[in-house]
Design a protein around this ligand. Structure first.
Ligand code: SF4
Length: 329
């Protein structure tokens, strides 16, 4: 597999507008991630940690304040022509707002198909193929339906059908199943796995939900983001089986589990503060130190860098070696 998308030491400071008018507000600071062809990377963290901003930067929809965004080795903000085009597709949580309410299913798919060179006499056949591929069945029944006729799951399938028309190398999905009934979430994640497996589309899967991240990116990687920085990353199973950063451990200990026996015995990691500090003025040193139960004096002064603890499992914490062994129960 070769590198498809690379964000290299990316920073994003919003200098005016809705976040802050005078001093810049750091949304992302020094983030580097890479996605190979056909790979899945889950990007997880609390709301407001900067993961949506990072997704928009990956797509070329936002220009970072500093750092580089490389697509197939080319800096998308330096190359002329092709370089300035978005490099992938975006699917976000609200499928209703992503679709034009006055366009039928057929119109929603036939317009982009036409733009991408499908002749008029083949449009109906191609639309039906797409609908079948994403599991909107039987296709004939849905051709003349409007978005409001469809369930949340069906609408999200339609959005995915439209997103694959340009044959993207990768798709950024921002909480794609959070507005869908719990009973249908797995089927949408399975559809995404199908797009990854059969069309070799890479995914940047943005979520706050570690359970869906684990299901979807089981064979891929995960990066944990906290207040605009990556604090832990590596292969999904390795990271979630042996979490090293106190923030990830706290997230895992707080995540609901279906087994009541395990839920009762689970050790909850108590944070010093429940709410994260303001993203506008992140604390000095380790950004997690005001909440971290293992913080020492140095944590408030020196920022830890990401260090490799084997096989690409990288963690930004001064005290990884002295933390207690991880146990969920
Ligand atoms: Fe906690 Fe210190 Fe590690 Fe930050 S560096 S996570 S404050 S122990």
């Amino acid at each position: 597999m070769t590198e498809l998308l690379q964000l290299d030491d990316v920073q994003m400071v919003f200098e005016r507008g809705w976040i802050r008018k005078r001093r810049g507000a750091w949304a992302i600071s020094g983030v580097s991630i890479a996605i190979r062809e056909g790979e899945i990377l889950a990007l997880a963290g609390e709301s407001g940690c900067g993961k949506t901003t990072l997704g928009r930067i990956a797509l070329g929809l936002l220009r970072p304040t500093a750092g580089r965004v490389l697509y197939k080795g080319k800096d998308i903000w330096r190359e002329k022509g092709d370089g300035l085009r978005p490099t992938g597709q975006l699917v976000h949580q609200d499928s209703y707002s992503a679709l034009n309410p006055v366009r039928t299913v057929y119109q929603t798919l036939s317009a982009p198909l036409r733009r991408y060179g499908v002749p008029r006499n083949k449009l109906k056949e191609e639309v039906k193929k797409l609908l079948e591929f994403v599991g909107i069945m039987p296709p004939e029944y849905f051709l003349n339906k409007y978005p409001y006729h469809l369930s949340g799951g069906m609408r999200q399938r339609l959005v995915f059908a439209r997103s694959i028309i340009p044959k993207p190398g990768f798709i950024v999905t921002d909480e794609p199943v959070s507005m869908i009934d719990a009973s249908l979430r797995l089927s949408i994640l399975d559809l995404m796995l199908k797009l990854n497996r059969e069309l070799k589309i890479a995914f940047l899967y943005i979520t706050h939900d570690l359970a869906t991240a684990r299901y979807f990116a089981q064979k891929g990687k995960i990066a944990i983001m906290y207040l605009g920085k990556i604090v832990e990353e590596g292969q999904m199973e390795m990271v979630l089986e042996q979490p090293l950063h106190p923030y990830l451990r706290a997230l895992l200990s707080a995540a609901p589990v279906p087994d009541p026996e395990i839920a009762r015995k689970k050790k909850l990691i108590q944070l010093k503060e429940a709410e994260p500090p303001s993203a506008e003025a992140p604390p000095p040193g380790c950004r997690f130190h005001p909440r971290c139960p293992y913080a020492h004096e140095v944590c408030g002064k020196e920022e830890p860098s990401l260090r490799d603890f084997g096989e690409g499992h990288r963690v930004a914490c001064h005290f990884v070696d002295t933390l207690p062994p991880w146990r969920l129960i």
